[in-house]
Ligand binder design. Sequence first.
Ligand SMILES: *[C@@H]1O[C@H](CO)[C@@H](O)[C@H](O)[C@H]1NC(C)=O
Length: 155
Amino acid sequence: MKFLATLLTLAATASAVDLYLHVDNDCGSSGFRCTSIGPNSCCGTISNNSPYQSVSVRDIQQLWNIQCLGYDGGMCNRRRTISDYTGGDFICNRSNGFRYTGVEYRSLGWERATGSSASALKEEEEECQRPDALVLGDGSEFDLAGLSDEEFDAL
Ligand SMILES: *[C@@H]1O[C@H](CO)[C@@H](O)[C@H](O)[C@H]1NC(C)=O
Protein backbone atom coordinates (compact mmCIF):
# COMPACT_ATOMS: atom_id res chain seq x y z
CA MET A 1 0.00 0.00 0.00
CA LYS A 2 2.87 2.32 0.63
CA PHE A 3 3.94 1.98 -2.97
CA LEU A 4 0.42 2.55 -4.26
CA ALA A 5 0.10 5.76 -2.26
CA THR A 6 3.37 7.02 -3.71
CA LEU A 7 2.24 6.15 -7.20
CA LEU A 8 -1.07 7.98 -6.77
CA THR A 9 0.72 11.01 -5.42
CA LEU A 10 3.02 11.05 -8.41
CA ALA A 11 0.11 10.68 -10.80
CA ALA A 12 -1.73 13.54 -9.13
CA THR A 13 1.33 15.74 -9.35
CA ALA A 14 1.84 14.94 -12.99
CA SER A 15 -1.70 15.89 -14.01
CA ALA A 16 -1.67 19.37 -12.52
CA VAL A 17 -0.44 22.42 -14.39
CA ASP A 18 -0.34 26.16 -13.86
CA LEU A 19 -2.85 28.21 -15.86
CA TYR A 20 -2.23 31.87 -16.66
CA LEU A 21 -4.28 34.83 -17.80
CA HIS A 22 -2.00 37.53 -19.18
CA VAL A 23 -2.73 41.20 -19.61
CA ASP A 24 -0.53 41.42 -22.69
CA ASN A 25 -1.18 39.73 -26.04
CA ASP A 26 1.90 37.55 -25.92
CA CYS A 27 1.83 35.34 -22.82
CA GLY A 28 4.47 37.57 -21.27
CA SER A 29 6.21 36.87 -18.02
CA SER A 30 3.58 38.64 -15.94
CA GLY A 31 0.10 37.32 -15.37
CA PHE A 32 -2.57 35.97 -13.09
CA ARG A 33 -2.02 32.35 -12.16
CA CYS A 34 -4.14 29.45 -10.98
CA THR A 35 -1.48 27.32 -9.37
CA SER A 36 -1.41 23.58 -9.83
CA ILE A 37 -4.85 22.99 -11.30
CA GLY A 38 -6.30 19.78 -12.74
CA PRO A 39 -7.95 19.20 -16.12
CA ASN A 40 -11.38 20.60 -16.97
CA SER A 41 -11.24 23.14 -14.15
CA CYS A 42 -11.85 26.72 -15.13
CA CYS A 43 -9.43 29.41 -14.00
CA GLY A 44 -10.96 32.83 -14.46
CA THR A 45 -13.07 35.71 -13.31
CA ILE A 46 -16.78 36.40 -13.32
CA SER A 47 -16.25 39.88 -14.67
CA ASN A 48 -17.00 40.39 -18.34
CA ASN A 49 -14.81 43.40 -18.23
CA SER A 50 -11.46 41.65 -17.91
CA PRO A 51 -8.02 42.80 -19.09
CA TYR A 52 -6.68 39.44 -20.26
CA GLN A 53 -5.42 39.22 -23.81
CA SER A 54 -3.59 35.91 -23.80
CA VAL A 55 -3.77 32.60 -21.96
CA SER A 56 -1.18 29.96 -21.22
CA VAL A 57 -0.62 26.57 -19.67
CA ARG A 58 2.73 26.16 -17.93
CA ASP A 59 4.55 23.64 -15.81
CA ILE A 60 3.36 20.93 -18.16
CA GLN A 61 6.03 18.34 -17.24
CA GLN A 62 5.32 14.94 -18.71
CA LEU A 63 1.81 15.58 -19.91
CA TRP A 64 1.78 15.88 -23.64
CA ASN A 65 -1.62 15.17 -25.13
CA ILE A 66 -3.39 18.23 -23.77
CA GLN A 67 -5.11 21.31 -25.14
CA CYS A 68 -5.42 24.81 -23.74
CA LEU A 69 -8.91 26.29 -24.01
CA GLY A 70 -9.54 30.04 -23.77
CA TYR A 71 -12.93 31.63 -23.04
CA ASP A 72 -14.71 34.95 -22.82
CA GLY A 73 -18.16 36.05 -21.70
CA GLY A 74 -17.36 35.58 -17.99
CA MET A 75 -15.41 32.62 -16.58
CA CYS A 76 -15.38 29.68 -19.03
CA ASN A 77 -18.64 30.56 -20.73
CA ARG A 78 -17.84 30.89 -24.38
CA ARG A 79 -14.91 29.09 -25.90
CA ARG A 80 -12.84 31.26 -28.22
CA THR A 81 -9.52 29.50 -28.70
CA ILE A 82 -8.25 25.94 -28.67
CA SER A 83 -4.51 25.31 -28.67
CA ASP A 84 -2.76 22.01 -29.11
CA TYR A 85 0.38 21.26 -27.21
CA THR A 86 3.19 21.18 -29.72
CA GLY A 87 6.18 20.73 -27.43
CA GLY A 88 8.23 22.95 -25.20
CA ASP A 89 7.12 23.76 -21.69
CA PHE A 90 4.10 25.90 -22.28
CA ILE A 91 1.07 26.48 -24.50
CA CYS A 92 0.03 30.02 -25.41
CA ASN A 93 -2.80 31.57 -27.35
CA ARG A 94 -3.68 35.19 -28.03
CA SER A 95 -6.99 36.96 -28.35
CA ASN A 96 -5.75 39.52 -30.88
CA GLY A 97 -8.57 41.75 -29.72
CA PHE A 98 -11.21 40.27 -27.42
CA ARG A 99 -10.63 39.82 -23.68
CA TYR A 100 -10.38 36.40 -22.14
CA THR A 101 -12.24 35.71 -18.92
CA GLY A 102 -11.21 32.10 -18.35
CA VAL A 103 -8.79 29.36 -19.27
CA GLU A 104 -8.68 25.63 -18.70
CA TYR A 105 -6.93 22.63 -20.11
CA ARG A 106 -8.08 19.20 -21.04
CA SER A 107 -6.32 15.95 -21.48
CA LEU A 108 -7.19 14.22 -24.73
CA GLY A 109 -6.09 10.77 -23.66
CA TRP A 110 -7.02 8.27 -26.32
CA GLU A 111 -10.21 10.02 -27.41
CA ARG A 112 -8.66 11.53 -30.47
CA ALA A 113 -7.63 8.13 -31.80
CA THR A 114 -11.06 6.59 -31.29
CA GLY A 115 -12.90 9.49 -32.88
CA SER A 116 -15.19 10.26 -29.97
CA SER A 117 -14.19 13.89 -30.00
CA ALA A 118 -17.78 15.11 -30.17
CA SER A 119 -18.47 13.90 -26.66
CA ALA A 120 -15.05 15.01 -25.51
CA LEU A 121 -15.88 18.51 -26.69
CA LYS A 122 -19.11 18.72 -24.80
CA GLU A 123 -18.84 21.35 -22.14
CA GLU A 124 -20.36 20.95 -18.75
CA GLU A 125 -21.48 23.38 -16.15
CA GLU A 126 -18.54 23.90 -13.87
CA GLU A 127 -17.13 25.99 -11.12
CA CYS A 128 -14.51 28.56 -11.77
CA GLN A 129 -11.44 29.15 -9.66
CA ARG A 130 -10.13 32.66 -9.31
CA PRO A 131 -6.40 33.13 -9.94
CA ASP A 132 -4.51 32.77 -6.66
CA ALA A 133 -1.30 34.58 -7.59
CA LEU A 134 -0.14 37.63 -9.49
CA VAL A 135 3.25 37.15 -11.09
CA LEU A 136 5.24 40.15 -12.30
CA GLY A 137 7.86 40.33 -15.01
CA ASP A 138 10.70 40.51 -12.51
CA GLY A 139 9.61 37.21 -10.96
CA SER A 140 7.99 38.65 -7.86
CA GLU A 141 4.71 37.08 -6.83
CA PHE A 142 1.74 38.26 -4.84
CA ASP A 143 -0.69 36.00 -3.09
CA LEU A 144 -4.25 36.83 -4.17
CA ALA A 145 -6.01 34.03 -2.36
CA GLY A 146 -6.99 36.22 0.60
CA LEU A 147 -8.60 39.00 -1.43
CA SER A 148 -12.34 39.51 -1.61
CA ASP A 149 -13.87 39.48 -5.10
CA GLU A 150 -14.22 43.28 -4.91
CA GLU A 151 -10.56 43.70 -4.02
CA PHE A 152 -9.59 41.30 -6.78
CA ASP A 153 -11.61 43.19 -9.38
CA ALA A 154 -10.00 46.43 -8.26
CA LEU A 155 -6.47 45.19 -9.07
C1 LIG B 1 -5.33 29.72 -31.10
O1 LIG B 1 -6.71 29.47 -31.19
C2 LIG B 1 -7.18 29.37 -32.52
C3 LIG B 1 -8.70 29.27 -32.46
O2 LIG B 1 -9.11 28.14 -31.73
C4 LIG B 1 -6.53 28.21 -33.20
O3 LIG B 1 -7.01 28.09 -34.52
C5 LIG B 1 -5.03 28.39 -33.18
O4 LIG B 1 -4.39 27.26 -33.72
C6 LIG B 1 -4.53 28.62 -31.76
N1 LIG B 1 -3.12 29.00 -31.79
C7 LIG B 1 -2.19 28.31 -31.16
C8 LIG B 1 -0.80 28.87 -31.23
O5 LIG B 1 -2.41 27.28 -30.56
